[in-house]
Design a protein around this ligand. Sequence first.
Ligand code: 4AD
Ligand code: MG
Length: 480
Amino acid sequence: MKHISIVDLLVSTAIHQEFIVKGWVRSFRGNRFIVINDGSTINNIQCVLDFENTDPALLKRISTGAALIIKGTLEESQGAGQRVELKISDLEVAGDADPEEVKRTILSPKRHSLETLREQAHLRVRTNTFGAIMRLRSKLSFAVHQYFNDQGFYQAHTPIITGSDAEGAGEMFRVSALDPENPPKKEDGTIDYSQDFFGKETNLTVSGQLEAETYALGLGKVYTFGPTFRAENSNTSRHLAEFWMIEPEVAFYDLDANMDLAEDFIKSVLGYVLEHCQDDLAFLEKRLIEEDSKKPQAERAAMPLRDKLKFVVDNNFKRVSYTEAIAILRNSKPNKKKKFKYLIDEWGADLQSEHERYLVEKHFECPVILFDYPADIKAFYMRLNEDGKTVRAMDILFPGIGEIVGGSQREERLDVLKEKMAALDIPEEELWWYLDTRKFGTCIHSGFGLGFERLVLFASGMTNIRDVIPYPRFPGQAEF
Ligand code: 4AD
Ligand code: MG
């Protein structure tokens, strides 16, 4: 006889056979029905106890949150709500959970707000909602690797500690082993990082892109999928200081091929979870409908969760140039009625999330790919267009999310790249290795970055990015 996961037990047809189940008590009713969850599925198994023949001392230890190892036979259930149940022949309490202590935690059986759950992030994975989200997250992650592997990509593990600022936005967390109380100083009084661990200034990476580019120019098709860090002071429901980013990079791809890849990739991974996470998605869909019923009509989701995912999988993303988007926004109702916080009057304006969401949710009502942005509002590495003022950039905007992907065709011409870096005061010494790739067999190439948590946010129907990563990091928060 062996230990079986509840996910497998619930579909088993081995009636009267003995199994061992290990999990945590969700509820215990009438001294008889123990509901157990082991994390393998959103669904629980009901275990039936012959309490008259059970030691009362043991009975007392069966309480919500306790870890149990249960041996029993699988039987067809008499009660409504489940096909099978486990008739207990032996029960062991692996770990107690004192009901008095459980009372002050989110394990206590009542409704807790998402804020309260966040304060007990070490326990929230034992709730239905977070179990479902984290299984979905794991399956999505697997789908990402499977997609790229199937498409002939190689995974490149780019460094976490780096000396360069890939986005040039200066939003980096410093990595240093110097004594903060008494760092070595240069003659001019500034800190002497040449005496630091790496002999130079280093930070946590904001993006693996630049290193991924060097690998694309050798392996052809590569991707990175790792943690990235941004010290931006954004206290929003879309930003984290530590998030996971998926960054494919492909030699000989132009921007159109890049857009095709991004669209196909997103559709593929969402299709994967629609097929493989049905129970969790059904639960999250129901949860969202309940949440929405408390909100005014205008704030409710336009479609049930799974219909929304199917819609994305089945329909083409709308591709629109930045210039067209500006024209639409300029003539839009919220712009004319001064409802936007940032009004759009001139070409060249950076798009705020209110504009992105207007385009996606009100105007096009589908995912949108915006391309050919003004060079001035985009990073240094993007390929300059013939017009001399726009770059081959693309952002993918999603309903309820805003920007989910940012990417571009890269500037492969050494002279143009150097000029751009000079204009932005990016020292060539810092990126000599990056420039080398433009000297030895340079070629057009493209890539993009997709924020993994924004994808999980979309797929789960949750509304705050802090609820789709186990331990969110944001300004003022690094607990756990
Ligand atoms: O647009 P970003 O900054 O682009 C890059 O980093 C490029 N180097 C990517 C590339 O071309 N290889 O970030 C890419 C995506 C965004 O579209 C967004 O989904 C996500 O990363 N992202 C964040 N997600 C959570 N919290 C943050 N603070 C994020 N910043 C960006
Ligand atoms: Mg971006």
